[in-house]
Structure formats: C-alpha cells, structure tokens
Design a protein around this ligand. Structure first.
Ligand code: HEC
Length: 179
C-alpha cells in the first residue's frame, strides 16, 4: 500500500517538474522569438537604408517613407507583432502605446539601463521594449544640422516631424514587440 502511494506521489512530483519545464521553455522561446523578429527588422531596415544612402540622403528619406512600414509588417511572425516608436516620432503612426509610456520615460531618465525590457501587458500578452541609440549615420536625418535638401524632403513627407536635433548616443526611439 505505502509503496503504491509513494509511487503515485513520485509520479505527481515528476509531472509537476515536467510541466514547469514545459511552461518555462514556452515563455523563454516566445521571448527569444520576439527578439529574433526585432533583430530581423533592424537588420532589414539598416540594409535598405544603406542601399538608399548610396544614391543620396534625400533619396533615402523617400525610400524610408515607402519601405519602412512594409519591412515592419513583414517582420511580424505568428503570434508576434513588432514595430518602432518614439516620443519624438517622425511617422505619425509611431507613437508609443499606453503600456510603453512609463518604461520609455524610465529609459530616457536612465532609471532603466538594460538592453531591453519585458513586461506583462495582460494575462496572456507580453511586451518587449528595446532602446535604439543614435549613431553617426543617423545624424543626416535625425541630427542637429540637417542639409537643406534633406530637411525639405522630410518636411514635405512628414509635416509633423519631431525626430530631429539628436546627438550620438541619445535614445532615438524603441523597437517593440507584443507576443
Ligand atoms: C535617410 C534618412 C534617415 C536616416 C539616415 C535615418 N533615418 Fe530614421 N527615419 C527616417 C524616416 C524617413 C523615418 C520615418 C519612416 C516611416 O515612415 O515609418 C524614420 C524613422 C525612424 C524611427 C521610427 C520612429 C519615428 O520617429 O517614426 C526610428 C526609431 C529611427 N528612424 C531611428 C533611426 C536610427 C537609429 C538611425 C541610424 C542608424 C536612423 N533612423 C537613420 C529617416 C532616416
């Protein structure tokens, strides 16, 4: 009798351990998938930018306008949506969602210095935010001294642009994912 009970308890414990591993690895794999989707998005955006800049910065602004949202939509995977946002956004669509606001503020204030952050948005939805730093190549279109041609192009395509005046190292915006 005792033996059977012991066995049952053992099986029960093994069961719990097994399921804990299963759930832990589910959580882990979707965070990993979200990171991969963001990485893919970043790589593709940079590739397009580099190609377009070879012609000219004015051309690249135009290409960004056409391609950025397509590339972003393509980066989404099954169960994962991704994008870019900024407090000082260029594309009016790239305004932070409500769940992001306080974390964006904390990243800007350097209260959070992690490479990225994951938060629970609701019972079955997670969010991920990753700051995007300004690099020298970004200054052509987001810096303090933008050429007249580029500036005119930006203003004609994005009349409400707020994404200028940055210096190297500042947070230009964020990649985000929901999964
Ligand atoms: C050739 C000009 C150009 C260069 C160089 C450039 N960007 Fe942009 N950037 C744009 C345009 C145009 C948009 C709006 C794209 C759209 O319509 O979605 C944009 C949008 C963004 C956004 C999305 C948030 C927003 O403001 O709409 C981020 C983040 C961003 N850029 C970061 C960078 C970073 C970081 C670099 C340097 C690695 C960089 N950009 C270089 C033109 C440029």
């Amino acid at each position: 009798m005792t033996n059977t009970r012991g066995k049952k308890e053992m099986n029960f414990k093994i069961g719990i351990i097994f399921f804990s591993f299963l759930f832990a690895s589910f959580g882990y794999s979707s965070e990993k998938e979200a990171l991969l989707a963001i990485k893919g998005l970043g790589t593709n955006l940079k590739k397009e930018l580099k190609k377009a800049l070879k012609i000219s910065a004015v051309n690249a602004v135009e290409k960004c306008k056409i391609k950025a949202s397509k590339i972003t939509a393509l980066a989404a995977k099954k169960g994962i949506t991704v994008g870019r946002v900024s407090r000082e956004n260029r594309n009016p669509k790239n305004i932070p969602k409500e769940w992001m606001e306080k974390y964006i503020e904390a990243f800007h204030k350097k209260e959070i210095e992690k490479k990225y952050l994951t938060v629970s948005i609701s019972k079955d939805k997670m969010g991920l935010l990753m700051p995007i730093k300004t690099m020298p190549v970004c200054l052509k279109c987001h810096g303090e001294n933008i050429s007249t041609g580029v500036s005119e192009k930006i203003n004609s395509l994005y009349p409400k642009d707020k994404a200028v005046g940055y210096t190297v190292g500042q947070i230009r915006g964020f990649f985000w994912a929901e999964y």
